[in-house]
Design a protein around this ligand. Sequence first.
Ligand SMILES: NC(=O)c1ccc[n+]([C@@H]2O[C@H](COP(=O)([O-])OP(=O)(O)OC[C@H]3O[C@@H](n4cnc5c(N)ncnc54)[C@H](OP(=O)(O)O)[C@@H]3O)[C@@H](O)[C@H]2O)c1
Length: 230
Amino acid sequence: MTTIGILGAGQVGRTLARASVINGYDVVIANSRGPETLAGLVHELGPRARSAPAAEAAARADFAIIAFRYTPHDRLPVDELAGKVVLDTNNYMPGRDGIYPEVSAGHRTVHELRQEQLPTSRIAKAFSHVQHHPPLRPDTPDDALPGLFRLARPVGAPDRTALVVSSDHPDAVELVTGLYDQFGYDTVDNSPLSESWRSAPGTPMWQFSVDGQSRDELILNLRRATRPRG
Ligand SMILES: NC(=O)c1ccc[n+]([C@@H]2O[C@H](COP(=O)([O-])OP(=O)(O)OC[C@H]3O[C@@H](n4cnc5c(N)ncnc54)[C@H](OP(=O)(O)O)[C@@H]3O)[C@@H](O)[C@H]2O)c1
């Protein structure tokens, strides 16, 4: 049985926890306030889920997901995540997070900075451009679902869409590819982490994050991105 440690229990953490238990994973989920504040969520997720402090969720994980924004001062369970693949769902949004000069200037990506915070883990940018909440103006009952569920399709469906992954570690890309496939998506590998700016907010692929894009469209849109030079 594979256990996923999910650090962060906001829109992304909750949605990925739900997708994970549906697909047969065990989940240990954490937020910053303590496991007791997640009792309702854990009850809703069922017997495959439990909450724990972040360090324990990291220690119990076969692989982990960080579902909160990057800051230079993040205190992360480095030792507990050592040797593990860690999915980073973050997006660099200066208007929300403040400006990180080397990222805004195009010298680094925010995911390379996350890799530096966790030097003994293998970071993969993943699940960063699908919505983990329902659209703002739902038209049909299906629209009430978070994008991650609304757009999911079985293998071979003609309208199956794709998600991007970036990593410096091929086994992390392989893990994410398998997970995407289980969750209903094709994969486009946009490695290494230094290339992950191509899937940042504001790039050509970003305008399709509500309705999704096919693998071919995503490849084309990633190629069309131009890097900010500050
Ligand atoms: N929302 C989306 O649809 C979406 C889509 C793609 C990517 N993203 C990206 O994914 C990230 C998360 O987005 P979100 O919308 O889920 O954020 P959110 O709703 O603000 O949730 C953040 C969660 O992380 C927890 N947290 C913060 N610091 C922590 C720490 N050090 N250890 C453990 N937990 C911690 C918070 O706990 P407390 O509540 O206890 O403080 C909260 O549960 C962001 O970087 C965002 O850009 C979001």
